[in-house]
Ligand binder design. Structure first.
Ligand code: HEC
Length: 105
């Protein structure tokens, strides 16, 4: 992680703390920042285009599925690799962000 990236994560964290002090377990602003890595494949619109949509899910289910990829209980190499890169807090942040996005169709 470069200097600039690190700074942006800190900014995202600070923004998350300021805007959502109690409500969610996951830091939605951090999740939005991290989501750039997901939306190249997963459509934010919630449309299915060969890859399943991941928006509007309950946070708990989202976290559980990421955990299943990470522990290789779910069989998909791309997602296993991706899930393995994120910490618990980061997965919670992604869950909070994607859970807050409303599917458009
Ligand atoms: C290179 C493309 C790609 C990227 C990038 C990617 N995914 Fe996926 N993801 C997939 C594919 C393909 C599947 C379906 C895998 C399967 O059949 O189990 C999937 C499945 C999932 C599922 C389960 C969906 C379901 O309906 O069961 C979740 C949750 C998920 N991805 C989250 C993420 C998150 C969070 C990120 C970013 C950190 C991400 N993905 C990045 C390709 C990608």
């Amino acid at each position: 992680m470069g200097r600039r990236t690190a700074t942006r994560v800190v900014v995202a964290l600070a923004a998350g703390l300021a805007s959502a002090p109690v409500e969610a377990q996951g830091d939605r602003a951090l999740g939005e920042y991290l989501s750039s890595e997901c939306v190249t494949c997963h459509q934010l619109s919630g449309r299915y285009q060969g890859i399943p949509p991941i928006v509007g899910w309950p946070e708990q289910s989202f976290v559980e599925i990421m955990e299943e990829y990470r522990s290789k209980k779910r069989d998909n190499q791309v997602m296993q690799t991706i899930a393995g890169k994120f910490s618990k807090d980061e997965v919670a942040a992604l869950a909070a962000y994607f859970g807050s996005v409303k599917p458009k169709n």
